[in-house]
Design a protein around this ligand. Structure first.
Ligand SMILES: *Cc1c(COP(=O)(O)O)cnc(C)c1O
Ligand SMILES: [Zn+2]
Length: 413
C-alpha cells in the first residue's frame, strides 16, 4: 500500500502508528492522524536539482506528498507568487508578496491541491465513489477531479451556497446534495456516511492524506522566494488545516536542508467576523476554540463554525509570534477591491478576508514593514460574484448614446 516515501499514519497526540487505511482518527484518543514519511529516503530523492528538473506544479515535490503518481490534477499547483509592488507601495511594505491560487487548475482554488492527493489515494484504496462535505471550492474540485480519474462523486453542501459553486460542481456530472443546515451539520452527516458506506470522503476518512496536499503551496512559496521561508504569512482559515500545513512545509524543507534561512515564520490567521471561532481564540491568547453556531458571512467558503484543526491553528499563530484577526463583510469587499485595483488580481470573498485582515493588522502596527510578508490568496473572484452584485457594491455603469458628444459629457479625461 505504501509509496516509496510515505510509509503510514501516526496519531498526532499519542504517536500510535497505523498502516495506510481510510481512517482519520486514533482509536485510543480520537486525535487526528498524520502521514509519516521516511525522511532519509526523501532526502536522497528530493534535492533542489531534482525539483528543478521537474515541471512547475505540485508534483515536483512528490516525495513529500502521500501519493507520487497523480490520477487527476496533473498540472495542479505551480501558481504565481507576485511581488506586490503597487499594494506594497500603498501600505509601505516593500517586501510584500501575493501567492495567487485563484489560477490553480483545474478549478481555480487551492483545494485542487488537496483533492489531487486524496483522489489518488481513493483510487489506491479501491473506492469507486468519492465525496466531500464542502463549503464550495472543495465540491468543485472533487467533482472535476473525480471525473478526470473516472470515479463517481457525491457532494454534500450546506443549502445556501453561491450559484457559481453549485454550477461548477454539477457540470462535471457529480451528484450534488444540499443539506438543510450549516457546514457543521453537513460534516457530521459525512462522518456518519463514511462509517456506513464505501465512499472515500476526501475530508473525512481520507483527511490525513488530503491535508498533506496543502503543503505544496508552502513548498512553492519557499522555492519562489529563492529557497527562503518568509518572515510572515497571512492566510484565511476555515477548518484551520492549510495554515498548519504551510508551517509543516517550511519545516520539512528546513529539515531536508533545502532552505537558505532558518524558519522563523510568524503565522497570521484571518477569518470573517461572522464566523471567527479561531481568531476569537487567538485574540484571547487561548487555544480554546469555541464553536460558532450560526455562521453569517459572505465568505461562505471559509464559514466553518466548528473547525477540525482549530486548536492547532490557534496554537500555531500564538506560538510562532504571529496572531490573527477577523473582518466584517464590508471590509471583505474592500479587501477584494484593494487587491484588484492595486495588483490586477480578482479573488473570491475568502481572499478578501485575507486582504482585509492584513490591512487591519498592518494599520495596528503588528508587522515590521521591511520584512518579507506573503499573503496567501486561495480562491478566484469569478466564483463569488453574488457578493459583488448586491446593490451599491459596484458602481452602476452609465449607458450612453453611441456618439462622441455623449462620451465627452461623461468628462472622463
Ligand atoms: C477551504 C478554503 C480555505 C481554508 O481551508 P482550511 O484548510 O480548511 O483552513 C481557504 N480559502 C479558500 C478559498 C477555501 O476554499
Ligand atoms: Zn492517539
Amino acid at each position: 500500500m505504501s509509496t516509496a516515501t510515505a510509509v503510514g499514519l501516526r496519531c498526532r497526540e499519542c504517536g500510535t502508528e497505523y498502516a495506510d487505511n481510510p481512517i482519520n482518527v486514533c482509536e485510543h484518543d480520537f486525535a487526528p492522524l498524520e502521514v509519516v514519511y521516511d525522511y532519509d529516503q526523501v532526502k536522497r530523492d528530493l534535492t533542489r536539482e531534482s525539483i528543478a528538473a521537474r515541471a512547475f506544479n505540485m508534483w515536483r515535490y512528490r516525495e513529500l506528498l502521500p501519493e507520487q503518481q497523480p490520477v487527476s490534477g496533473f498540472n495542479t499547483g505551480g501558481t504565481p507568487l507576485y511581488h506586490a509592488r503597487n499594494l506594497g507601495k500603498k501600505l509601505g511594505f516593500p517586501n510584500l508578496y501575493v501567492k495567487f491560487d485563484g489560477v490553480c487548475v483545474p478549478t481555480l482554488s487551492f483545494k485542487d491541491r488537496v483533492v489531487a492527493v486524496s483522489i489518488a489515494r481513493a483510487k489506491r484504496f479501491g473506492f469507486d465513489t468519492v465525496g466531500c462535505a464542502s463549503t464550495g471550492n472543495l465540491a468543485n474540485s472533487v467533482a472535476a477531479q473525480a471525473a478526470q480519474a473516472g470515479l463517481k462523486a457525491v457532494i454534500l453542501i450546506p443549502k445556501s451556497l453561491e450559484q457559481a459553486k453549485i454550477a461548477n460542481t454539477q457540470i462535471y456530472g457529480a451528484k450534488l446534495i444540499k443539506v438543510d443546515g450549516h457546514y457543521d451539520d453537513v460534516n457530521r452527516l459525512c462522518a456518519e456516511i463514511a462509517n456506513d458506506a464505501r465512499i472515500g470522503i476526501v475530508n473525512v476518512n481520507l483527511r490525513a492524506y488530503y491535508a498533506e496536499g496543502s503543503k505544496s503551496m508552502g513548498f512553492e512559496v519557499a522555492e519562489q522566494l529563492g529557497w527562503r521561508a518568509p518572515d510572515n504569512v497571512v492566510v484565511c482559515m476555515a477548518g484551520g488545516s492549510l495554515i498548519n500545513k504551510l508551517s509543516k512545509a517550511f519545516k520539512e524543507f528546513e529539515k531536508l536542508g533545502l532552505l537558505e534561512n532558518e524558519v522563523k515564520t510568524r503565522f497570521w490567521g484571518a477569518q470573517a467576523a461572522g464566523c471567527n471561532p479561531i481568531t476569537d481564540a487567538i485574540k484571547r491568547k487561548s487555544d480554546l476554540v469555541k464553536p460558532v453556531k450560526e455562521p453569517n458571512t459572505i465568505a461562505r467558503s471559509i464559514a466553518i463554525g466548528n473547525p477540525a484543526d482549530g486548536y492547532f491553528a490557534a496554537r500555531l499563530c500564538l506560538d510562532s509570534g504571529g496572531g490573527g484577526d477577523d473582518v466584517t463583510d464590508a471590509e471583505i469587499i474592500d479587501g477584494m477591491k484593494l487587491l484588484a485595483e492595486t495588483e490586477g488580481l480578482f479573488t473570491e470573498t475568502a481572499g478578501g478576508v485575507t486582504m482585509a485582515t492584513f490591512v487591519k493588522l498592518a494599520k495596528a502596527g503588528r508587522f515590521d514593514p521591511n520584512e518579507t510578508t506573503v499573503l496567501c490568496i486561495t480562491g478566484q473572484g469569478l466564483k463569488t460574484m453574488d457578493a459583488l452584485l448586491e446593490p451599491g457594491v459596484l458602481p452602476q455603469a452609465p449607458i450612453i448614446k453611441p456618439t462622441l458628444s455623449a462620451f465627452k459629457d461623461l468628462r472622463i479625461s
